[in-house]
Design a protein around this ligand. Structure first.
Ligand code: URA
Length: 187
């Protein structure tokens, strides 16, 4: 079902469906162009995101922003969000029940934005969207089509900060994102 932005955001902001709400300073719903052709889905907010209520604004976010610029786009031209909207303590992975509780919000965001291309940042984002056992090392840069939307697993920027040697492959993935976007926009 297609909800409205205002009801979706009101529901996310008031959400107490899982224990993550108890530790949050701010809910981090997502931001960017509500009609973007390209969407980025991460895992969940970190400390800086929790503090500011905005996705990808810490160190990982700085790198993601640079990579978005490198394919000729601004953050305001894409939509950026996460699987879970509240910070998991100590930046652990969201627990399956936390992710499942939060997924209707992500589905609502995808239904409203109607992106043509989705970049899945890291294994957690893949796990709850593609519903397949994804290995980022093996499957990054591969296209998966779901209901007419092109989805591609790629490295989480935090993984690139931990292992800069992966940046070359990540850059190739981002070039594929740029090319796919051109293809779907111009036919
Ligand atoms: N890591 C994520 O997965 N999401 C954010 O918003 C920030 C860091």
């Amino acid at each position: 079902m297609r909800v409205s932005w205002s009801s979706l955001l009101a529901d996310v902001r008031a959400c107490e469906k899982c224990a993550l709400c108890r530790g949050r300073m701010n809910v981090v719903p997502g931001e960017g162009d509500p009609n973007a052709d390209l969407m980025f889905i991460g895992e969940g907010p970190g400390a800086e995101e929790d503090r500011l209520g905005r996705p990808f604004v810490g160190r990982s976010g700085e790198l993601l922003t640079k990579m978005i610029h490198a394919i000729g786009l601004e953050r305001s031209e894409v939509y950026i969000c996460n699987v879970v909207k509240c910070r998991p303590p100590g930046n652990r992975n969201p627990a399956p029940e936390e992710a499942e509780m939060c997924l209707p919000y992500l589905r609502g965001q995808v239904a409203l934005v109607r992106p043509k291309v989705i970049a899945l940042l890291g294994r957690v984002a893949c796990q709850y969207t593609l519903r397949e056992q994804i290995s980022i090392t093996r499957d990054h840069g591969r296209w998966f089509e779901r209901k007419g939307v092109w989805m591609m697993p790629t490295f989480h920027p935090a993984a690139l900060l931990r292992d800069p040697a992966k940046k070359r492959e990540a850059w190739e993935d981002f070039q594929k994102l740029r090319d796919k976007l051109r293809e779907v926009q111009h036919g």
